[in-house]
Design a protein around this ligand. Structure first.
Ligand code: B12
Length: 213
């Protein structure tokens, strides 16, 4: 195994094991070895959290273990964030991003924000547990696209509720709606009348670029 493969394995292991004090150092080492931030996000961080999810499903991990892994991943993302900034060659657009009501999963939503911001777009991070009314309120200001994230089948219906609330406020035509997150499928996105579904933060960026052209 060459150095880059071995550091990727070390980082993946550190996240799975929830070693939040070790991940920043390993992340820096990986970057120093020439690994690209997006490569780390796609090939190490996301798969590491998938393993954590499997362990949770198999009851090998409980919420506290998942939480420390999530913190380890956040520590890694904090190192990567400043490195994502590119020269802004995009058209101006403002995207409001939030995890829907009842749902506090923030990592994927945070990655979507990071990648869009890194590409030079104006991003309003609404945080987690965002009610339909909050999305409506923000669309009343100058927002071109809303991006909603949902990780739970019990909360994803709030995406549809938000789209309905936008229609009721006569704002649906004013804004494009993109959805994503582990609980969302392309079929579900279509069913609720979203304009687009993205499987990951790279697709989120591609969709935004398409939407504003
Ligand atoms: C980490 C985690 C937690 C952490 C969250 C910490 C944090 N600060 O975010 C904690 C411990 C708090 C937690 C709590 C709970 N969790 Co949890 N959690 C997870 C876990 C293991 C990983 C999620 C994650 O961060 N993945 C990594 C990121 C990068 O992936 P992602 O969010 O999917 O995002 C990617 C894409 O989906 C996409 N994306 C995301 N959003 C968007 C938006 C747009 C617009 C686009 C285009 C793309 C996009 O881009 C990202 C990659 O580039 C998942 C398992 C899983 N397989 O998803 C369970 C999981 C989501 N949790 C689950 C559950 C049940 C819970 C709890 C109810 C547990 C409990 N008993 O308390 C609570 C719910 C709390 C709440 N009200 O929200 C279930 C949901 C089941 C379901 N089908 O509904 C899962 C699937 C685990 C399981 N298999 O049972 N959890």
């Amino acid at each position: 195994m060459d150095n880059t493969e071995s550091i990727k394995k070390d980082l993946e292991r550190a996240i799975i094991d929830g070693k939040m004090h070790e991940t920043p150092g390993i992340t820096q080492e990986a970057l120093d070895l020439g690994l690209a931030p997006r490569e780390l996000m796609d090939e190490v961080l996301t798969p590491a959290m998938e393993v954590v999810g499997e362990k949770f499903e198999e009851r090998e991990y409980y919420v506290p273990e998942v939480l420390v892994s999530a913190r380890a991943m956040q520590a890694c993302l904090d190192i990567i964030r400043p490195m994502l900034f590119e020269e802004n060659e995009q058209a101006e657009a403002t995207i409001a991003v939030g995890t829907v009501k009842g749902d506090i999963h923030e990592i994927g939503k945070g990655m979507v924000c990071m990648v869009l911001e890194g590409a030079g777009f104006n991003v309003i991070d609404l945080g987690v547990d965002v009610a339909p009314e909050k999305f409506v309120e923000v669309v009343q200001q100058n927002v071109d696209i809303i991006a909603m994230s949902s990780l739970m089948t019990t909360t994803r219906d709030y995406m549809g509720d938000t789209i309905l609330a936008l229609s009721e406020a006569n704002l649906r035509q004013k804004v494009k709606v993109m959805v994503g997150g582990a609980a969302v499928t392309p079929g579900f996105a279509q069913e609720i009348g979203a304009d687009a579904y993205g499987v990951d933060c790279n697709e989120a960026l591609r969709i935004v670029k398409e939407m504003i052209c």
